[in-house]
Design a binder for this molecule. Structure first.
Ligand code: T4K
Length: 405
C-alpha cells in the first residue's frame, strides 16, 4: 500500500486494486435455488401477469416491509409513477432535491410540479421546517425520501400533512429492511415505494413495489399496473400502464429474500469496519446509522469538508478512481440543478443552501459483495494517507494544475 502522496496512482503510481471496486455490486444469493425457481417457471409456462412467484413475493415482501398490501412492479420509477397517479396527486408536490432524479421525474412525468425542498444537513432528509413556506393552493402532497434508508422525520411530516390536508407518501427505495421507532418502514404515510434495482442490496434485476395499508389504494394500483383492467375480461376502468413484474424477477426476489439477513450482516460488518477506520479523521464525516433501529447498511457515505482537508470531494473521488475504487457522487448535482428543472426554476439553488452544500461534499464508497475487510482497510488507508498528507497533496495538485494552464 502507498506510503506517500507520490505513490498514488493519480500521480502515476500503481493502483491499489487491479480490478475496479464498484458501488452497487449486486447480491446474488443461492444460485442453485434461483435456477431451480427459473426452471419451475419455464416448466409452468407462466412467465408474467401476476404469476405464482410474483404473488408469493408480494406476500412475503408485505410481511417483511410491514404493510398490509404489496404490489410488485417492473421497477421503482414506474412504482412511483403509478402510486403518484393512484393517489391522485396533482398540481405541486413537495419533494427533496437531494434524491435520485427518478423521484422528481416520476412527478413531472404526470405533469405534476416537483417543488424542491431543502434538507436537514444532519439527516440528509427533507427538512420539515422548510416545508410550510413552500405550500401553495396548488400543493397536493409531500413525497419524502428515506435517503440511505435512514427514515425521514416521519412524525413531523405527518403533522404538517394533516394540518394542510396534504397526502404524504415515501420514496423508500433505499429503505428495504429499515425501521422507524421500532416499526417496519412500510407502515407510514399513504404508501411507501421501494426499488429492487440490481444496485440495491435486495434486488430482482429490475423491480420495485408499492406497500400500503390502504386496501382501496392497493386495489387501484393493482389495476393501474395492468392497463387499468378491472375484474373480469375486457373491462377497463382506469387509465393504466404496464408496470408488471415478470416471474424471473420474482424468482430472484424470493431467492434474495431467503438470504436477506445474510446480506444485511455483510453490510453491517463492512459498515463497522469503515466506521472504525474513518471515524475521527479531520474533515471527513462518516454517516452513521441509528443502532436502535433496523438498518440495511447498504450505503457507506462520507462528507468531505474541503476547508479542513484542503482537497475537494471531487479531487478525492478522482484519486480513489485512479486506485480502482469507483466511489460515486450520490447525489450530485441536486435534482434542481438538472434539466428540465434547472431551466424551469432558475435560482432554486438560492432556496436550497443545505442541499447545495451537501451535494458538493458527499460521496459513497463500495460495500456489499464488492469488498471484504481487507479491501476496506486498503480503501481507508488511501483516505487516511491523503488526509494526513493533505498539505503536501494540495501543493502537488496546485503544481499540476498550474502546469496544465
Ligand atoms: N428513488 C430513489 C431514491 C432511488 O435511489 C432510485 C434508484 C429510484 C427512486 C428509482 O428506482 P429504479 O427505477 O432504479 O428501480 C443507480 C441505479 O440504477 C438506481 O436504481 C439507483 N436509485 C441509483 C441510486 O443508482 P446509476 O445511474 O448510478 O447506475 P449505474 O449504471 O451507474 O450503476 C451504479 C453502479 O453499480 C456502477 O458502479 C456499476 C454497478 N453495477 C450496476 C449494475 C446495473 C453492477 O455492478 N452491476 C449491475 O448489474 O443509478
Amino acid at each position: 500500500s502507498h506510503q506517500n502522496i507520490e505513490d498514488l496512482a493519480f500521480f502515476g503510481g500503481s493502483p491499489t486494486f487491479s480490478k475496479p471496486l464498484h458501488v452497487g455490486r449486486p447480491n446474488i444469493g443461492n444460485r442453485e435455488r434461483l435456477l431451480e425457481r427459473i426452471n419451475d417457471a419455464l416448466d409452468r409456462k407462466w412467465l408474467s401477469n401476476d404469476g405464482p412467484f410474483v404473488q408469493e413475493l408480494e406476500q412475503r415482501f408485505a410481511d417483511y416491509a410491514g404493510g398490509k398490501y404489496c404490489i410488485a412492479m417492473c421497477n421503482g420509477t414506474i412504482s412511483l409513477e403509478i402510486a403518484i397517479r393512484a393517489l391522485d396527486l396533482q398540481g405541486e408536490v413537495i419533494v427533496p432535491s437531494f434524491t435520485f432524479i427518478a423521484t422528481a421525474h416520476a412527478l413531472q412525468w404526470q405533469k405534476i410540479t416537483p417543488v424542491f425542498c431543502d434538507i436537514d444537513p444532519i439527516t440528509h432528509n427533507i427538512d420539515p421546517n422548510s416545508i410550510e413556506k413552500l405550500i401553495t393552493p396548488k400543493t397536493t402532497g409531500i413525497l419524502g425520501v428515506h435517503v440511505w434508508g435512514r427514515p425521514c422525520n416521519i412524525d413531523l411530516l405527518e403533522k404538517i400533512a394533516r394540518k394542510h390536508d396534504l397526502k404524504l407518501a415515501f420514496d423508500a427505495s433505499h429503505a428495504v429492511g429499515c425501521s422507524h421507532q421500532g416499526q417496519t418502514i412500510g407502515n407510514f404515510g399513504e404508501a411507501s415505494i421501494f426499488s429492487f434495482h440490481a444496485t440495491k442490496f435486495f434486488n430482482t434485476f429490475e423491480g420495485g413495489a408499492v406497500v400500503t395499508n390502504n386496501e382501496q389504494l392497493a386495489e387501484k394500483i393493482r389495476l393501474m399496473k395492468n392497463f387499468g383492467f378491472g375484474p373480469g375480461y375486457d373491462n377497463v376502468i382506469y387509465i393504466g400502464t404496464n408496470g408488471k413484474m415478470n416471474e424471473i424477477s420474482a424468482a430472484m426476489g424470493l431467492t434474495s429474500l431467503d438470504s436477506i439477513n445474510d446480506f444485511i450482516d455483510i453490510n453491517r460488518q463492512n459498515y463497522q469496519q469503515y466506521r472504525q477506520k474513518l471515524s475521527g479523521i479531520p474533515g471527513i464525516k462518516f454517516t452513521t446509522y441509528n443502532e436502535n433501529e433496523k438498518n440495511n447498511y447498504q450505503y457507506i457515505i462520507l462528507e468531505v469538508d474541503d476547508r479542513e482537508t484542503k482537497f475537494t470531494r471531487d479531487e478525492l473521488v478522482e484519486i480513489l478512481h485512479a486506485e480502482n475504487v469507483l466511489a460515486r457522487r450520490y447525489f450530485f448535482p441536486g435534482c434542481h440543478q438538472m434539466e428540465p428543472y434547472r431551466s424551469y426554476f432558475p435560482n432554486t439553488n438560492l432556496l436550497l443552501p443545505e442541499t447545495e452544500k451537501l451535494t458538493r461534499k458527499v460521496l459513497s464508497l463500495p460495500t456489499g459483495t464488492a469488498v471484504d475487510i481487507n479491501k476496506i482497510n486498503e480503501i481507508c488507508r488511501i483516505i487516511q494517507l491523503v488526509v494526513k498528507q493533505g498539505k503536501k497533496l494540495r501543493e502537488r495538485l496546485d503544481r499540476e494544475n498550474s502546469q496544465k494552464h
